[in-house]
Design a protein around this ligand. Structure first.
Ligand SMILES: Cc1ncc(COP(=O)(O)O)c(C=O)c1O
Length: 455
């Protein structure tokens, strides 16, 4: 190694440590404007080379005011996991090695890690052991892949080859979705030519769970796909996947489960009952960058029909050498991609089964604590059954006041949480999914909410 590279990586380590060691004491977000950030990172395109040490120093300095501290325990917006240490370190090695898991010949190491993690994840999440798996950018692409496999499978059963002949003249597919499906399911259906508006919407109950009893009437005799969900993005609620599978499979339909974060409940003994029947489905989408706490990005598509999975995803060209071993391009919509499996391997190896269960259960316990503290205030109503890591809160039964509380909390910087609209009412949306979140973080964050409520 040249001295310069050693100096560069040593300096980069110092910058990373300086960030991580102070992250818990920083404002969670500083509300930096786009103009400010563009001026910090902008300027004319450099005319020539610069010292890489100076480059990373100016990146760290310029990015600083626009960094949102999502991985230090007090960020409760969206569903953002933190980062467990082994996964962070493995992510550095992933960039260092610069492996491409598209084809075995490009990285036997990445191919083996994908195969090992496929098996570990199936075991941990209670999915059939011989399921196939692909490592995608996130649950969006995992939903797309799972639904593409479903489209291939149900049309093949109907005697139609969608990969060769497309959807022109194909038998119509009924696509049934829950009323409260995630937006990425709609987008996946749009990409697949199945149409956002052409779906049959199955009503949901007050927690957002699909009513399985209403599903039977939504499916005809032809090819059909049902999109179920475990972990409603607002309430955390779980569709009754076992019942859904029973109804759907009687009619030969494919069941895809969007379990971006909720599928991880299967790894926690006290919560696994929520995912009952999930193993009966045909494909599943989840995220590792949410509850497994690996750095962005990593989603996973898992499929109970490996042949259909490979047939729907594979690509070939004369120059793409095949060895008969795992070629990653057979299992995702991408060709070249990052070996994002290494941080997954490291997270699973460092946490083990007990560590993942503890992470998930602690998050849920903190969500319940958050809800209890806030519910004790007479101006606050908790809107959902806190079954998982999600808490919905409304202030003074008033949209404007609820929005104003979110804005005040965000501006103060002690914590960050966002808003949503459910059944026409604005609510604060609190999501706990960082391994670092402890009692003190929730106490500080709840106090910030209460300050804003009574300001
Ligand atoms: C239920 C659900 N599905 C899908 C997604 C999309 O995941 P990603 O942003 O990782 O693609 C999310 C993200 O929050 C989600 O909560």
């Amino acid at each position: 190694m040249t001295t310069d590279l050693r100096r560069l990586l040593t300096r980069t380590t110092e910058l990373a440590l300086a960030y991580l060691e102070t992250a818990g004491d920083r404002p969670v977000a500083r509300g930096a404007s786009m103009e400010r950030m563009v001026s910090a990172l902008g300027g004319p395109l450099p005319a020539g080379p610069s010292d890489p040490v100076k480059v990373v120093e100016s990146l760290a300095l310029g990015a600083e005011p626009g960094l949102v501290v999502t991985n230090a325990g007090r960020y409760f917006g969206f569903v953002e996991g933190g980062v467990v240490p082994a996964a962070l370190a493995a992510d550095w090695l992933t960039s260092t090695w610069d492996q491409n898991p598209g084809f075995f010949a490009l990285s036997p190491a990445a191919a083996a890690a994908e195969e090992v993690c496929r098996g570990w994840l199936c075991e941990l999440l209670g999915l059939p052991a011989d399921s196939s798996a692909g490592f995608t950018t996130g649950a969006q692409m995992a939903n797309l892949a799972g639904l593409a496999v479903g489209r291939h499978h149900v049309l093949r059963e109907a005697g139609w080859d969608v990969d060769a002949d497309g959807l022109f003249g194909a038998p119509e597919i009924t696509v049934a979705v829950g009323e409260e499906r995630h937006a990425t399911v709609d987008r996946a259906l749009r990409f697949l030519g199945l149409g956002e508006r052409r779906v049959t919407v199955v009503p949901a109950d007050d927690q957002g769970r699909m009513r399985a009893s209403a599903l039977a009437g939504a499916l005809g005799d032809g090819p059909a796909i049902v999109c179920a969900q475990v972990g409603n993005v607002n309430t955390g609620a779980f569709d009754p996947v076992g019942e859904i599978c029973q109804v759907a499979h009687e009619r030969g339909a494919w069941v895809h489960v969007d379990g971006a974060f909720g599928l991880w409940a299967a790894a926690a003994p006290s919560l696994a009952h929520l995912t009952g029947g999930v193993a009966l489905a045909d494909s599943w989408a989840t995220d590792a960058h949410k509850w497994l706490n690996v750095p962005y990005d990593c989603g996973v598509v898992v499929c109970a029909h490996a042949d259909s999975h490979r047939a729907a995803m594979t690509l070939s060209a004369a120059y793409l050498a095949r060895t008969g071993s795992r070629d990653g391009a057979d299992w995702t919509p991408e060709s070249s991609r990052r070996a994002r499996v290494f941080p997954v391997w490291a997270a699973l190896r460092s946490l083990g089964r007990a560590g993942v269960a503890d992470l998930v259960e602690r998050s849920c316990a903190q969500a319940r604590r958050f809800a209890e503290i806030l519910a004790a205030d007479e101006d606050i109503a908790v809107l959902n059954d806190v079954v998982l890591n999600q808490v919905l809160v409304r202030v003074g039964d008033d949209d404007e006041r609820t929005r104003a509380v979110a804005a005040a909390v965000q501006a103060e910087g002690a914590t960050w949480l966002g808003t949503t609209v459910r059944h026409g009412e604005v609510a604060l949306r609190i999501s706990v999914s960082d391994h670092a979140t402890d009692d003190e973080d929730v106490t500080v964050a709840a106090a910030a909410v209460l300050r804003a409520v009574h300001r």
